[in-house]
Design a protein around this ligand. Structure first.
Ligand SMILES: *[C@@H]1O[C@H](CO)[C@@H](O)[C@H](O)[C@H]1NC(C)=O
Ligand SMILES: *[C@@H]1O[C@H](CO)[C@@H](O)[C@H](O)[C@H]1NC(C)=O
Ligand SMILES: *[C@@H]1O[C@H](CO)[C@@H](O)[C@H](O)[C@H]1NC(C)=O
Ligand SMILES: *[C@@H]1O[C@H](CO)[C@@H](O)[C@H](O)[C@H]1NC(C)=O
Ligand SMILES: *[C@@H]1O[C@H](CO)[C@@H](O)[C@H](O)[C@H]1NC(C)=O
Ligand SMILES: *[C@@H]1O[C@H](CO)[C@@H](O)[C@H](O)[C@H]1NC(C)=O
Ligand SMILES: *[C@@H]1O[C@H](CO)[C@@H](O)[C@H](O)[C@H]1NC(C)=O
Ligand SMILES: *[C@@H]1O[C@H](CO)[C@@H](O)[C@H](O)[C@H]1NC(C)=O
Ligand SMILES: [Cu+2]
Length: 569
């Protein structure tokens, strides 16, 4: 009976999607990962790029389309590509994080990612998900509405992707390797970039500054993406209001602001109007830094918003653009006001009853140095090594098989399913934490979830080493952010403040510094889904875990078989 029901459902869904996707397209692309000379800040580096482009190619699709991207690795590093924010319904093999859903594409090898965009519209992006390669291997992935469908806001005259990046005047792989060896924090970056260019305020950089055109009376859409490796960023445009209409490829109830903040991994769509005197205005981004006593890159990247009717700048005497003011680096109040403005456009279906109620602490730690280590391997604070954890487990990736393969094939000994559902020790998470709690355990522990389970996760920052705003990204899902707050989450007091009516939907939540966020979703996509801090420095230290979602009943609730060219270890 159950089988028959599933069969009928299957036929129905196949027919329905055949009708529905009458005009859906299949787009094929080739990505060649290769070293390319790139000159920034006066120096030329042999930079890892896609097809020699930095940033990489922008992919533009319509909701319902299928992407087929053949990635060939002609670089000297292992690589994988992640399609950030794409739900990958039943196609978890195409998600990308190395040793989670696939083994790396080794130098000389290739792998074809195939997946269909289902019910998502807005701005996403793609990036390498292997070591620190995403410092330069990234690009925009723009999803337009289905053909014949419109945006839920004024159709913009122009649309411009604004990719915020982070540039080292060094090989980023050397930077992370050095940090891994020493146990210290990695060197901070030397510049931020907009569409790959640092902009006028940096040495040797005025030539390539990104110009964003606008004309008087126009409404344009800026698709802002924080592709920086390690830094949440403020973004603003001089003299222009920003009307926020979407984030992470979900629409929002529009609201207007002077400045936006994006954690790495987050995207924000803003409308901007050409309602100012026709001249040149800087758009600028710089750090939001919530960690204390930690060095950070305090430089400012700019691009120029240029009115087409602006007087032609003559050589040598071009008009100096108007500079915006930016919030102070530590302006958490502005961040809070901004994130509290987020609402879904209308009432949404948030899971009301919860099957899996999880509470995960997120934060840093320090490992005391093992006896056999020498001093130069222990250059963290007071001769320690930096680490990070969720629920006191510092995540270790497998190195001989991916978690999804191990799960699919039933390979034992790769991971355990005992990730704690609650912090193993309860303490004052945001208080003065005793040193005896600072050293986590290492492990490849995952959380198993039944197909269809209604999940709530409380993400609680800790003040171990330093509190910090951590952008927590979940693969394979969009989730509702039903509440955020400061201090320790208190179920008795805070549950009543949940927004179960019109909370925003995202794939990355910037968990308030010294605070918490609560997310809800239905586990309707089988696979192995990494949930991690999108500050790459923290992933390396272990601020990650995996949610392993079982297959449901029948084919349509099961992950597809692995592709034949899936890279093995
Ligand atoms: C990191 O910074 C230090 C100090 O400026 C420098 O000596 C070192 O070469 C840098 N490391 C890398 C990999 O660039
Ligand atoms: C950035 O930091 C350096 C020291 O690390 C300091 O000298 C400089 O004044 C800072 N610049 C700004 C704009 O805050
Ligand atoms: C932010 O930094 C300034 C100094 O740069 C300091 O005076 C202020 O107390 C800091 N604010 C917070 C909230 O930490
Ligand atoms: C390092 O040691 C100094 C001196 O004992 C102490 O003041 C400081 O808090 C220590 N820092 C950390 C991170 O343990
Ligand atoms: C992979 O490594 C783990 C742990 O080191 C080991 O238990 C397992 O047998 C290995 N699996 C394969 C497929 O080699
Ligand atoms: C934190 O606690 C330690 C002992 O547990 C104490 O020595 C220290 O003074 C406390 N720090 C603050 C800021 O309260
Ligand atoms: C984490 O586990 C280690 C090892 O058991 C323990 O020493 C430490 O206190 C734990 N910390 C927390 C926050 O649970
Ligand atoms: C590249 O990937 C293979 C597994 O496919 C792994 O054994 C090897 O250690 C990786 N190399 C590096 C440098 O990480
Ligand atoms: Cu983090």
């Amino acid at each position: 009976m159950e089988a028959l029901k599933t069969l009928f459902l299957a036929i129905f869904v196949v027919l329905a999607s055949a009708l529905y996707s009458a005009n859906a397209k299949i787009q094929e692309h080739e990505f060649v990962i290769q070293a390319t000379p790139v000159k920034r800040l006066c120096n030329t580096h042999s930079t890892i790029t896609v097809n020699g482009q930095f940033p990489g190619p922008t992919l533009e699709v319509n909701n319902g389309d299928t992407l087929v991207v053949k990635v060939t690795n002609k670089a000297r590093y292992n690589v994988t590509i992640h399609w950030h924010g794409i739900r990958q319904m039943r196609t978890g093999w195409a998600d990308g994080p190395e040793f989670v859903t696939q083994c790396p594409i080794r130098p000389g090898e290739s792998y074809t990612y195939r997946f269909t965009i289902q019910g998502q519209e807005g701005t996403l992006w793609w990036h390498a998900h292997s070591s620190w390669l995403r410092a330069t291997v990234y690009g925009a992935l723009i999803i337009h509405p289905r053909e014949g469908e419109a945006y839920p806001f004024t159709k913009p005259k122009r649309e411009t992707p604004i990719l915020l990046g982070e540039w080292w005047d060094a090989n980023p792989i050397d930077v992370v390797r050095q940090a891994t060896q020493t146990g210290a924090a990695p060197n901070t970056s030397d510049a931020y970039t907009i569409n790959g260019q640092p902009g006028d305020l940096y040495k040797c950089s005025s030539q390539g500054t990104t110009i964003v055109p606008i004309d008087s009376g126009e409404t344009n859409l800026l698709r802002v993406i924080n592709a920086a490796l390690n830094q949440p960023l403020f973004f603003t445009v001089a003299n222009h209001k920003l009307t926020v209409v979407g984030a992470d490829a979900s629409y929002l109830k529009p609201f207007t602001t002077n400045v936006i903040m994006l954690g790495p991994g987050q995207t924000t769509d803003v409308l901007i109007q050409g309602d100012q005197p026709p001249t040149r205005y800087y758009m600028a981004a710089r750090a939001y830094q919530s960690a204390q006593n930690a060095p950070f890159d305090n430089t400012t990247t700019t691009a120029i918003l240029e009115y087409k009717s602006a007087p032609c700048p003559t050589k040598g005497s071009s008009i100096k653009p108007v500079m915006p003011s930016l919030p102070a680096y530590n302006d958490t109040n502005t961040v809070t006001a901004f994130s509290k403005s987020f609402r879904s456009p209308r009432k949404v279906e948030v899971p009301a009853e919860i099957d899996d109620n999880l509470f995960f602490t997120i934060g840093l730690g320090l490992n005391n140095c093992p006896k056999n280590f020498n001093a130069n391997q222990c250059q963290g604070p007071n001769g320690t090594r930096f680490t990070a954890s969720m629920n006191n487990v510092s995540f270790v990736l497998p190195n001989n098989v991916s978690i999804l393969q191990a799960h699919h094939l039933g390979v034992q000994g790769v991971f355990t399913t005992d990730f704690p559902t609650q912090p193993p020790v309860k303490f004052d998470y945001t208080g003065n934490v005793s040193r005896s709690l600072w050293q986590p355990v290492q492990g490849t522990k995952v959380t198993k979830l039944k197909f269809g389970s209604r999940v709530q996760i409380v993400l609680q920052d800790t003040s171990i080493v330093t509190p910090e705003n951590h952008p927590i990204h979940l693969h394979g899902y969009d989730f509702y952010i039903v509440a955020e707050g400061f201090g320790n989450f208190d179920p008795n007091k805070d549950t009543s403040k949940f927004n179960l009516v019109d909370p925003p939907m995202r794939n990355t939540v910037a968990v308030p510094v010294n605070g918490w966020a609560v997310i809800r979703f239905v586990a309707d996509n089988p696979g192995a889904w990494i949930m991690h801090c999108h500050l790459d420095v923290h992933i390396g230290w272990g601020l990650a875990t995996v949610l392993l979602v079982d297959n449901g009943v029948g084919l349509l609730q099961s992950i597809e078989p692995p592709p034949e060219d899936l890279p093995l270890c």
